[in-house]
Structure formats: structure tokens, C-alpha cells
Design a protein around this ligand. Structure first.
Ligand SMILES: Cc1ncc(COP(=O)(O)O)c(C=O)c1O
Length: 399
């Protein structure tokens, strides 16, 4: 069977890409104007662009470090995207991995409260899969240690809690515009803050970024056009069967590029942000349909969202009872043409060579390590059909 539902994705129309290309080509600061439109959409004062979410993270960490040069430790969830660890390492800072609560994917707060405060620069929640973390509680922990909160909403663009957007609940926040995120321009990252002091420093740091080369710019345009066509479940089997594209592969690579957000990405933002709420609503409704159909099945658990929140569900996380059940579910889904996947291959603590970048000798976190074996994710984006949803539920219920 050739139909294969991509694991994640957001629609990107050819007409939108070509319109943005024309706008970007005009120059005259229109890219900057488009970037500024983010402030209105997300109700923040300042916004900056970078070539990726991890480049945005690196810029922010450099800026925060200038405010507190005597602090060199960053607390991150022990289970999160490897890029978070890579950005901390790239900045020359040390990682303090905090145990996570597998029922929420948020921090284990007793462990967060126990993080030594003296050298702590900031705490980075990850809002994994677009499920919001408990930011008021995290801010409280940070305040007690006089540390910053960096609200990493790489996966949570458009998610809200009590009407406030994820990414805007800390001192500074970020979003990724990479493939598979809530809204995508294929590559790119955004930094948002309401703090004038942090904004000034980020602006200074961002001045040194190189702009994208013409060749890379042409390649980006081509990637956008291909993505727009190949995201269709009837065609996705094509990129999915090309191993060198590395789709779904997670790497720890502190050598990532740090450039400006390309003008083409900036020019796409206004149109994409206009559609964001509608697309996230579809994701939520698809996620709810699967959760309803699988309710009561003791082999699988869905992490619970924090109260009064509307997640963006870039993927629907499902926690299997054990490793074998997770593996079997993924195998059966993929056989049925559903892009289910295993998320990150390990906890942060188990990345090879990570020990020298840890701020503590004892850095293994059993819940995070166990979770990495049992977590699978299901596609719930707008290209998932009603039949796909019932097929996913049937497979989970058959195990
Ligand atoms: C929580 C988190 N932070 C940062 C990043 C880095 O974003 P990017 O892939 O755009 O570099 C990611 C990427 O998936 C992420 O999930």
C-alpha cells in the first residue's frame, strides 16, 4: 500500500510560497515588517528571527549569560529534544537534567525545586508535543533561585493557557518553524520577549548573524515547494523511503548553523499565523477522537494537559505500558500506512559523550529513561482523515 500518513506537518500552499517569494524578493525591509506581525499575533512586545529553533535558543542563552556571567548552569527536562542540549553545549554552559513526570511530560517539581540555585542561569521547559508545561509553577521555582525562565515553545506555537500563548510566559521564549512543527517555513526560529533589557541584548547578539547564501536560499525555496506537494499522504511514501533525507532522525549536534531567519520565511509568516488557530483546532479535535476511542485501555496512557490549556499537538504522545507494547504499536501502525514514531531515541542523560557537559556527576534520571522506551507519537495534523483516526484507535485497542 502506498498511502502513508506523515508523522507531523502543517499545510503549506504553493500559492502562499510564491506570494511570499515575491514579497521577499522586493526587499525594502518588508521581511522585517512581516516578522513584526508576530508581535500582534502572539501579544508580545519584541520578536527576533534566527535560522532555526536551536539557533534561537543559542542566541537567547548568550544574551542571558551576559546578564549573569557568573552563572553557567541550565536546567532542562531530562527527556526532551536533543537540540536543547546541543544549544546549551554550543553556548559553553552546563546541563542540569531534571527528572520528568511521565503523566504530564512536565518537570517533576520536587526535583526542580531541589536544583542547586547558586550557579543556575535559567530553567528551560519544553512544552513537548505542544502540551503546555505549568509555567506559573516553573516561574515560582525560578524566582526562588533568582534564575530566568526560557519558555521553549519550539513545538507549541499557537497553544494557549488561559488565553496566553505558550512561549510568552517566561522572561523570554522561542518557537521553531522547522518541518513538523505547528506552523512551518521548513526552517527558522523565533525569539519573543516582553523584557526590554533582554530584547536589547538579543538584538545585539543577532547583529552578528550571517545572512543565508543565495544557493541556500534557492534550495530553501525548492524544499518548500517539494514539502508542499509531498506532505500529501498519497505521496509521502516517496520522501519516507529515501534514507539519506534522515526524516525522523534525532541527532545531537552542537555544530548547527547560526544565521538570520531567511526573508522568504519571514514573508510567509503573516499568512501562516492567520491559519494557525484553525489548524491547531483540527489537531486538538483529531487528538480528542483518538483519546476517546482508546479511553479505558490500560495498555496506553495519554499525558494530561495542564488545566485551562489548549495544546497544539504537533503529534499526539501516547505512553505504552512497556517497551514491547510501544514497539508493536509502532510496527502495526506503520504497516497500516500511519506515520507513528518513537520520538527521541533516549533521555538526555544517555546521549553518548554528554557526561562532560553535565553540571553534576550523578545525572541519570530513571523516569525519563524509562519513558524514552515507552513513548510513541501519532499523527493528528489536518491531513489525517477520519479513517486514519479509527485505524489508529483500532490498532491500539487490538493490543
Ligand atoms: C523543545 C525543542 N526545543 C528546540 C528545538 C530546536 O528547533 P529546531 O529544530 O528548529 O532547531 C526543538 C526541535 O524540535 C524542540 O523540540
Amino acid at each position: 500500500m502506498l498511502r502513508f500518513v506523515p508523522p507531523a506537518g502543517a499545510p503549506l500552499k504553493i500559492a502562499q510560497i510564491l506570494r511570499a517569494w515575491k514579497v521577499a524578493d522586493r526587499g525594502n525591509g518588508t521581511g522585517q515588517e512581516c516578522l513584526r506581525s508576530v508581535t500582534g499575533h502572539l501579544q508580545v512586545k519584541y520578536v527576533f528571527g534566527a535560522s532555526s529553533g536551536r539557533a534561537a535558543l543559542w542566541l537567547i542563552l548568550r544574551s542571558l549569560q551576559r546578564l549573569h556571567p557568573e552563572r553557567n548552569v541550565v536546567a532542562i527536562p531530562a527527556y526532551t529534544c536533543f537540540s536543547v542540549a546541543a544549544a546549551v553545549v554550543r553556548t559553553g554552559l552546563k546541563i542540569y537534567p531534571v527528572e520528568i513526570d511521565p503523566h504530564t511530560l512536565d518537570f517533576d517539581f520536587s526535583q526542580l525545586d531541589a536544583v542547586p540555585g547558586e550557579k543556575l542561569l535559567c530553567i528551560i521547559p519544553s512544552n513537548l508535543f505542544g502540551l503546555l508545561n505549568d509555567l506559573p509553577r516553573i516561574r515560582q521555582a525560578a524566582q526562588a533561585k533568582d534564575a530566568f525562565v526560557l519558555d521553549d515553545a519550539a513545538q507549541a506555537l499557537g497553544a494557549t493557557r488561559n488565553g496566553q500563548f505558550a512561549g510568552t510566559e517566561g522572561d523570554v521564549g522561542l518557537f521553531s518553524l522547522g518541518r513538523g512543527k505547528a506552523v512551518t517555513t521548513i526552517e527558522g526560529g523565533l525569539i519573543v520577549t516582553n523584557s526590554e533589557e533582554i530584547a536589547r541584548l538579543v538584538e545585539q547578539e543577532a547583529k552578528d548573524l550571517d545572512s543565508q547564501s543565495r544557493i541556500d536560499g534557492a534550495a530553501l525555496l525548492l524544499k518548500m515547494l517539494l514539502y508542499s506537494v509531498l506532505l500529501n499522504p498519497r505521496l509521502y511514501w516517496i520522501p519516507n523511503s529515501v534514507p539519506f533525507l534522515g526524516l525522523g532522525v534525532t541527532e545531537f549536534d552542537p555544530g548547527f548553523k547560526t544565521e538570520e531567519l531567511p526573508d522568504l520565511c519571514r514573508a510567509l509568516l503573516p499568512a501562516l499565523l492567520n491559519e494557525m488557530a484553525k489548524i491547531n483546532q483540527v489537531r486538538r479535535s483529531n487528538a480528542a477522537a483518538i483519546m476517546r476511542a482508546v479511553a479505558g485501555n490500560c495498555n496506553f496512557e495519554f499525558p494530561s494537559p495542564v488545566r485551562d490549556s489548549h495544546p497544539s499537538f504537533v503529534r499526539l504522545p501516547v505512553i505504552a505500558r512497556n517497551k514491547e507494547t510501544a514497539k508493536m504499536a509502532i510496527r502495526r501502525m506503520r504497516k497500516a500506512g500511519i506515520g507513528a514514531g518513537a520520538s527521541y531515541p533516549s533521555a538526555i542523560c544517555d546521549i553518548p559523550g554528554i557526561a562532560e557537559h553535565m553540571s553534576v556527576k550523578s545525572f541519570h534520571r530513571p523516569e525519563a529513561e524509562f519513558l524514552s522506551e515507552r513513548l510513541l507519537t501519532l499523527p493528528v495534523h489536518p491531513l489525517v482523515g477520519a479513517q486514519d483516526l479509527s485505524r489508529m484507535a483500532d490498532i491500539l485497542n487490538s493490543l
